[in-house]
Ligand binder design. Structure first.
Ligand code: A2P
Length: 342
């Protein structure tokens, strides 16, 4: 496969660092890697394939100057809004991890295990959007079940790690834990979250909308429909928990047809990049500590509803920085390159 010049925008951030790691691990055919960040980080070094590479400042003209073909963006919505069009204009395909372009009808929103064919629409704007971390792992688990039983409705409660809000949010949790052990938690600051996150759970991720749901919850509602090309009813409650890495989800799925746990388990076993861990007798089920650095989505606690034959419950866990961000972005890039090379 031909080698391509790849830029990582937000290369010093939690997701950007992970993107470079995944590119290296999958041996992505990189001709030149260009790490980009704010002027604060220009000149810092990042490591890629054993080489130290200097971070450059993100500018409007850098994509043209560096002859970039793939630009992976993860530096926040406003950065994508401003700079992604310059990357696209310079001829690169932008794979954007922020929410900025996700619901733009001209921009494909892709989870390669679910709707890889949508990548073809990248030419509309030169941009492919990477869905929200909680949406990605959920639709990956829904897809094999939808193929067999037909998903009608999903009720989900999430248990989301602090890394979803970036590096400084992880640091906020660690600092508060240290402050707790130093008996000064009451003096501890919170900037990234609306309340103390250590020893707490916060039923709010992002801002509240007029309908009483948060923006994060509405992302799960709207993105699921767009990715699965289906008017699935979704109701989400998104909760931040004091975990550093790995999002968990309690998912209740309503199907068109009756379902049983064994058939669902088998469908999930055969699902792409899904690992079933479901052995209650041995207390085996997915947990955030098991999924760190993993590129699969883990599913367990698969059981039928007590009252309805067409309802199933399951527990879905994945590394939000990988499956929910970097790995999905790199898988899109792999698929894009494959399609463009045909
Ligand atoms: P920098 O480290 O120079 O601030 P995280 O999600 O972990 O907080 O990381 C955010 C990433 O986005 C970092 O790499 C950060 O770079 C980058 N970033 C933030 N603001 C800008 C900006 N205005 N221009 C370019 N990169 C930015």
């Amino acid at each position: 496969m031909r080698r391509v010049n790849v830029a990582v925008v937000g290369a010093t951030g939690a997701v950007g660092e992970e993107m470079m790691r995944v590119l290296e691990e999958v041996d992505f055919p990189v001709a030149k890697l260009v790490p980009l960040a704010s002027p604060r980080s220009a000149g810092k070094e990042v490591e890629f394939k054993g080489e130290k590479i200097k971070v450059k400042e993100l500018t409007e003209s850098i994509f043209d100057e560096e002859d970039i073909e793939i630009a992976l963006f993860s530096a926040g919505g406003s950065v994508s809004a401003h700079y992604a069009p310059f990357a696209a204009e310079a001829g690169a395909v932008v794979i954007d991890n922020t929410s900025h372009f996700r619901m733009d009808p001209e921009v494909p929103l892709v989870v390669p295990e679910v709707n890889p064919e949508d990548i073809a629409a990248w030419r509309n704007k030169g941009i492919i959007a990477n869905p929200n971390c909680s949406t990605i792992q959920m639709v990956q688990a829904l897809k094999p079940l939808d193929d067999i039983f037909g998903v009608k409705r999903v009720d989900v409660a999430t248990y989301q790690a602090t890394s979803g809000a970036g590096k400084s949010a992880m640091e906020e949790l660690v600092t508060q834990m240290k402050d707790f052990f130093a008996f000064k938690l009451d003096e501890s600051e919170h900037k990234k979250f609306p309340h103390q996150i250590a020893l707490n759970v916060i039923p709010q991720i992002d801002k509240f909308m007029d309908n009483g749901y948060t923006k994060e919850e509405m992302k799960m509602v709207n993105e699921t429909k767009k990715i699965m090309h289906k008017n699935i009813e979704v109701s989400a409650t998104c909760v931040r928990v004091p975990v550093l890495r790995g999002h968990s989800e309690a998912v209740t799925v309503w199907f068109e047809q009756d379902v049983n746990a064994d058939a669902a388990r088998e469908a999930l076993y055969n699902g792409k990049n899904i690992v079933v861990v479901d052995n209650p007798a041995k207390s085996e089920y997915p947990m955030p500590i098991m999924v760190v650095d993993k590129d699969e989505t883990f599913v367990g606690r698969i059981r039928k509803d007590l009252y309805r034959d067409n309802v199933l419950h399951m527990w879905v866990v994945a590394d939000n920085l990988r499956v929910g961000a970097a790995t999905n972005a790199v898988r899109i890039a792999q698929k894009w390159l494959e399609m463009e090379s045909e």
